[in-house]
Design a protein around this ligand. Structure first.
Ligand SMILES: [Zn+2]
Length: 385
């Protein structure tokens, strides 16, 4: 029988840790986040379901597993967030800015929540620093539109290595469009982190898929071993329908929304539906918005909170993936600084002058594993992930 604590008394932050497994054996440490958005209960149900099953499971486990609650106050109220999106504020810590006002009071409920999550994370890292063979983080979400399951990842080779073991579509490079996510924060600390999106918020299937993902994650990380038939059952549960190949996709376009109350997606779009350039997608301030590119619609906003109206994604060619994997392991990237218009910013980033470097800049830096952001119309900054 496994030792599964409902809360971990050894971590001082009891409420944040829903449950934990500590086998005391050297091995992988898997940290699961659920309910970072309070209106996405599927992940919380799934982690609790798997804990119940593991309690009576005789399988041998190694390493440790933690299930961490995200936005506890928003979860209680069943809303996405109280004051601000808990999955958009993690750049604060990267920029070493403070989450509190000068008098020490919190600006928003979510700043307090993020500080507690950060402390919990640091405690787990510290506690298992010597015994962990690997740290893997996963963040469980659902979408406002109907959707098959998919994985979101920042495009690093180590994230790809974890993510590609799941037979679902994988979206690369979301961090260039959506900033301040928990996943980016953890990646920047140097750990593997992937996001699993299970389907629509209130769909029972989203709970089933989340649980199947968790079993597969524990298996793929080496915490436990699934039998062949169990494994293929779980893979069957998360697999997308034939219309959405389980390959890698890149983000081509991101429609940002200033005021979600003035934005209305045209009804009927499901995540990953193919769209062609020019078709009507949404209204903003009563003005029609048409698709600026061919591709697939991604995360259309069907709730009146959040600032990401929709994205457009397109499958990435397998040749690009192979090439990028080869180049990132090579020393060719030392020569990037000799490209026209490229200058060294610091040891992890380059500045690109678009007046000089006009063509394929983004593509070249993506190949080498850089995150590309715009500073202004004429300048890009490219960070090594
Ligand atoms: Zn979410």
């Amino acid at each position: 029988m496994q030792k599964i604590e409902l809360t971990d008394k050894k971590l001082k932050n009891n409420q944040r840790v829903r449950w934990s497994i500590e086998t005391g054996k050297k091995g992988p440490v898997v940290v699961l986040f659920v309910g970072i958005h309070g209106n996405e209960p599927a992940g919380t149900k799934a982690v609790d379901q798997i804990a119940d099953k593991l309690r009576s499971d005789s399988r041998k486990l190694i390493g440790a597993v933690y299930a961490i609650s995200g936005n506890i106050q928003a979860l209680d109220m069943g809303v996405r967030y109280i004051d601000t999106d808990l999955n958009r504020l993690w750049e604060l810590f990267q920029n070493r800015r403070t989450a509190t006002n000068q008098n020490g009071t919190s600006k928003a409920v979510e700043y307090g929540e993020s500080l507690e999550i950060k402390e919990t994370l640091e405690e787990i890292l510290k506690k298992h620093k010597k015994s962990a063979t690997d740290f893997v983080f996963a963040d469980l979400h659902t979408t406002s539109s109907q959707s098959c399951a998919f994985i979101l990842l920042n495009d690093t080779l180590s994230n790809r290595e974890i993510a590609r073991k799941f037979p679902v579509p994988q979206i690369l490079g979301i961090e260039e469009n959506i900033h301040g996510t928990l996943l980016s924060y953890i990646n920047n600390l140097g750990y593997k982190a992937i996001g699993f999106e299970a389907g629509a918020h209130e769909d029972e299937l989203s709970v089933e898929r989340s649980e199947a993902f968790l079993w597969l994650l524990l298996h793929n990380c080496g915490v436990l071993v699934l039998g062949e038939s169990e494994k293929s059952n779980f893979e069957g549960t998360i697999q997308a329908h034939d219309g959405v190949p389980d390959t890698y996709y890149e983000v081509l376009y991101h429609k940002r929304v200033e005021d979600p109350r003035k934005f209305q997606m045209i009804t009927g779009f499901q995540n990953f539906d193919p769209i062609s350039k020019g078709i009507p997608l949404a209204y903003e301030f009563d003005k029609l918005i048409k698709a600026p590119e061919d591709g697939r619609i991604f995360m259309p906003l069907y709730q009146n909170v959040g600032h990401d109206g929709f994205l457009i994604v397109r499958a990435v060619s397998p040749v690009w993936l192979e090439l990028s994997s080869f180049l990132r392991k090579s020393s060719v990237h030392n020569y990037l600084k000799y490209l026209p218009g490229v200058s060294v910013n610091n040891e992890r980033s380059y500045i690109v002058n678009l007046h000089v470097a006009r063509f394929l800049v983004k593509d070249i830096f993506h190949l080498f594993g850089y995150r590309v952001s715009k500073i202004d119309e004429d300048t890009l900054i490219c960070y090594k992930r």
